[in-house]
Design a protein around this ligand. Structure first.
Ligand SMILES: [Zn+2]
Length: 302
């Protein structure tokens, strides 16, 4: 049998096996359990390089997870996640990410991979090609597109829906939002704030093509003063959010903002929804659509 070579191909391949198994046993397929898949699959398909251990260790908070060769048994691999992390969603995504390294990259790096929480957010970075691939694999494995589309179809887009998705697939709310942004035809953006500044932001393609994106990384950008994210106003239901007049958020348009405040840190997760069609002045830009130019921009704001 010819094995897959791409992150999406691998995820779809494993996803099909999981579905067949669960359908045959009348079991619910979600959330997908990565550990038994990693051990079972590697033992059967790569008997010379099985994954023989998946476990948590109290790692320094710099690390989210690792793929490591067994120092005592040549050929064997282990997946380790940081047991100091309490979010089940983050752990599950990390396990998927490390399995992605195993399937796609273990020959490139016999000494294994040590992955930081930053790596888990490298979705399109040119510098972190292997990290972006491991994330794509994890995203497709844990949130298969057929099921994801079915869950979202006809639903009102809100943080409540994103929370539902994050629970269904046992991933972080950020991972669920990023997945949705990757497939939607709506104009929307996620903005992660830290200590009053934009840590990073990521928009859907339709929003990006209408000319709205943050190009930070070179500079620090404060969260807009009147945004929910900056005001941390607990009297406003952050799941319902607020429709701001133009001039508050980037884009000079009305924007629907919904924000979650992380209680223990100074982190905010914001979902911005823009109108489906951009204002008329962008029409020329859209007609002039040139993907090369668009790709040339650095989409990730840091
Ligand atoms: Zn990694």
């Amino acid at each position: 049998m010819k094995l897959p070579t791409t992150p999406e191909g691998w995820a779809i391949h494993l996803s099909k096996l999981v579905k067949i198994f669960h359908d045959a046993h009348g079991l619910n397929r979600f959330p997908i359990r990565v550990a038994p898949i990693a051990e079972e699959y590697s033992r059967n398909v790569f008997p010379d390089a099985p994954i023989t251990m998946v476990k948590g260790l109290d790692l320094s908070d710099k690390f989210e997870g690792m793929l490591m060769p067994n120092p005592n048994q040549i050929g064997e691999w282990g997946i380790i996640y940081n047991s100091a992390i309490t979010s089940k969603g983050r752990i599950n995504f990390t396990l998927g990410h490390e399995l992605g390294h195993y399937l796609l990259h273990r020959h490139l790096s016999p000494e294994g991979f040590r992955c930081s929480s930053r790596n888990m957010l490298d979705w399109k970075s040119e510098h972190g090609q292997v990290e972006a691939q491991a994330n794509t694999f994890a995203s497709y494995l844990l949130m298969p597109l057929d099921d994801f589309r079915q869950q979202v179809r006809g639903q009102e887009i809100s943080l409540a829906l994103m929370r539902f998705l994050s629970e269904r697939y046992e991933v972080s709310i950020t991972a669920a939002i990023l997945k949705w942004l990757g497939i939607t035809d709506k104009r929307a953006m996620i903005v992660i704030g830290r200590d009053g500044f934009i840590d990073w932001a990521w928009g859907s393609n339709p929003l990006f093509k209408s000319g709205i994106f943050y190009r930070a990384r070179q500079q620090t950008v404060a969260l807009p003063e009147q945004s929910l994210a900056a005001r941390r106003d607990s009297s406003i239901d952050s799941q319902t959010g607020v429709v701001h007049p133009k001039g508050i958020w980037i884009g000079d348009e009305e924007v629907h903002e919904m924000t979650i405040f992380a209680p223990k840190s100074n982190m905010t997760i914001t979902l911005l929804l823009y109108a489906n069609s951009p204002p008329v002045r962008f029409q020329t830009f859209l007609e002039d659509d040139n993907d090369d130019v668009v790709e040339a921009y650095d989409r990730f704001a840091r």
